[in-house]
Design a protein around this ligand. Sequence first.
Ligand SMILES: NC(=O)c1ccc[n+]([C@@H]2O[C@H](COP(=O)([O-])OP(=O)(O)OC[C@H]3O[C@@H](n4cnc5c(N)ncnc54)[C@H](OP(=O)(O)O)[C@@H]3O)[C@@H](O)[C@H]2O)c1
Length: 299
Amino acid sequence: MNILITGATGFVGVPLCKALDAKGHRLLVVSRSPEKVSEQLGMPVKAQDDPMAFKDEPIDAIINLAGASIAGRPWTDSRKKTLIDSRVETTRALERLCQAMSTPPKVLVSGSAMGYYGAQGEREVTEETPPNPEFAHELCQKWEDAARRIEALGVRTAIIRIGLVLERDGGTLKPMLPVYKLGLGATLGSGTQYMPWIHRTDLIRIIEFLLAHDTLEGPFNAGAPNPVTNRVFTKSLAHALHRPAPWRIPGFALKAAMGEMSRLLLTGARMKPARLEAAGFEFRYPELDGAFSAIVNGR
Ligand SMILES: NC(=O)c1ccc[n+]([C@@H]2O[C@H](COP(=O)([O-])OP(=O)(O)OC[C@H]3O[C@@H](n4cnc5c(N)ncnc54)[C@H](OP(=O)(O)O)[C@@H]3O)[C@@H](O)[C@H]2O)c1
């Protein structure tokens, strides 16, 4: 397939591009720094900063992952605007591309996150669960709405509500690993908040699965079938590293230090991949202990 990708240079995008390239797909990349993309991916690819530059190329599929980092900086009003605009404007540019093409792509796989559901306490969360209105939900809803406009053009659209992506070279784990290796791992707040997680390899396999299955559309929870609480996550990572993690950081301290962004650490959703499992997707890493063991041992 000819596949156009946004967010190709990120923590998920780079190994995704390598996996797609290895399967013989041709990649077209949209990046804010197109001149750096081939080097970042370690292979020659066509890259542009405006998707419209690809209007005369044959494109079978689009994967849309671009967006400013949600955990990077405090959620001031201007940061919130950047988080929304970096996703919605990128997706709008893809919509304009699809409108301009004589043959639009067959499929779009577009990003979203577990934040779509907001804080959900202990209940199980499937794609049917109503969201809790808060900033994370607003961000994901706007991103999904922008993707739905492409769906309205007749493009099969699958939206992935991504859990915490786990691998050692980025995302949540990269800054945690050195801390845990020093025996400084800590439960956050009450530790009862759920952390839906996914091994990066499984996320890449989910994206490939959704590209390949012509009948799959709508939202898909892209988290492993066994989400865990923060307390279990902390214990499991410490155990994989053969270190203790006896500490606890009180919720009020995280709130004082991080403001509203502390909700990323102190609240969560027990998100289950109900629609992926119903579609027959099989997770390579369904259990957190197995995922951490593979990550820590570099398998
Ligand atoms: N990693 C996770 O745990 C996780 C969990 C849930 C959801 N997600 C979502 O999944 C997507 C991919 O995740 P990731 O971890 O691979 O993200 P990432 O490493 O932060 O990469 C995202 C990509 O988005 C582009 N980007 C960054 N800032 C941007 C901006 N201000 N405007 C437009 N584009 C911008 C960058 O591409 P260029 O520099 O090439 O333009 C970057 O490579 C993200 O949208 C993320 O929010 C990730």
